[in-house]
Design a protein around this ligand. Structure first.
Ligand SMILES: C[S@@+](CC[C@H](N)C(=O)[O-])C[C@H]1O[C@@H](n2cnc3c(N)ncnc32)[C@H](O)[C@@H]1O
Length: 308
């Protein structure tokens, strides 16, 4: 279904070998190396790898900026030391781990590297999403929309998918050392300009909403009017994600929270349609066997009477 191959200036990338339907599981992979709160040393974990697995790790992509800055700071000292090569390998191991690891959002705070997942490049409008599947103990990647044969598989490296272009560029340049060449950032087209102004409007509305909420907090009991305003804000947020062509778990979570709120406010028609869309998005992003999806479907059961 997928293959790893050269992706031009981005280095390697992962590509569709056939038309991939929305919601397909593109891969499920066990970690090559992982660390958690109890075993926080990357180098100690790397020493426990077989030499074949260490070679696989060292073949992954380093952060070019960090490698340059680490090496220029330490180069003189390193060159005067014995076992120079060993130090260089250690620096490379650290750099590569940092450029390719994912947080698994578990209680242990595990961060891990997955060999094929690590080849998936970033897009600000990704067609896929990766999540750790606690049921099978593997990292899974799902198609968020149909992916034509030959298209590149992309995920988002961003924390805030609705951030404006400047914030996105800063995050990607400082965190990963690259200038994003995705379809949204690469162009300077009218699509990019529309997206920028939509994102700026949304950030402004969110700011006004957060200020008003902070001013109200602790002063009076939450009224239906406050909940109405919150539901309008959630629907604005949802509309922005949809207009930007963004899907995935974050959006599913907003839909499901909005469905709950609509139900509390007595609008069962809105609650049902929000819950249906939220569950569909979650299903596409994690799969029917995912404990996340199973929990969401159970929680939304009273809102959605039929199967989606
Ligand atoms: C986790 S790796 C992804 C796989 C990598 N291309 C490889 O050859 O192994 C992250 C690196 O890929 C490149 N990359 C990922 N997404 C990119 C994008 N949207 N634009 C330009 N470079 C990108 C950057 O060099 C980044 O540091």
């Amino acid at each position: 279904m997928i293959e790893v191959r050269h992706a031009g200036a981005k280095g390697f990338g992962v590509f569709a070998k056939a038309l991939i339907p929305r919601g397909s599981r593109l891969l499920a992979e066990s970690s090559l190396i992982s660390i958690d709160n109890h075993k926080p040393s990357i180098l100690r974990a790397a020493r426990q790898l077989t030499s074949r697995d260490h070679q696989k790790l060292l073949a992954l992509s380093p952060n070019p900026v960090k490698r340059r800055s680490i090496l220029s700071n330490l180069e003189a000292a390193l060159l005067s030391l014995p076992r120079v090569e060993r130090h260089a390998v250690n620096l490379n191991t650290l750099n590569i781990f940092r450029n390719n690891n994912f947080g698994l959002s578990d209680d242990a705070g595990t961060r891990a590297v997955f060999e094929t997942v690590a080849r998936i490049n970033h897009s600000c409008v990704p067609n896929s999403q990766g999540n750790f599947h606690t049921g099978i103990g593997q990292f899974v990647v799902h198609a968020l929309r149909p992916i034509p044969c030959g298209d590149e598989i992309t995920i988002s490296y961003l924390d805030d998918q609705l951030a404006g272009g400047e914030a996105r560029r800063e995050h990607l340049e400082e965190g990963y050392g690259f200038t994003c060449a995705c379809s949204l950032c690469g162009g300077g087209s009218s699509i990019t300009a529309k997206s920028e102004s939509r994102r700026a409007d949304l950030q402004r509305d969110l700011g006004v909403f957060a200020e008003a909420k902070a001013a109200r907090d602790g002063q009076t009991a939450v009224t239906d009017a406050d909940a109405d305003v919150e539901l309008v804000m959630m629907n604005t947020l949802i509309a922005a994600y949809e207009a930007e062509g963004l899907a995935g778990r974050e959006l599913a979570t907003i839909y499901l929270a909005a469905a709950d709120l609509a139900a509390k406010l007595g609008d069962s028609t809105m609650a049902q349609s929000l819950a249906r869309r939220g569950l569909q998005l979650e299903l596409d992003a994690v799969g029917v066997d995912s404990p996340h999806y199973i929990a969401s479907a159970a929680a939304a059961q009273s809102l959605v009477s039929d199967d989606i």
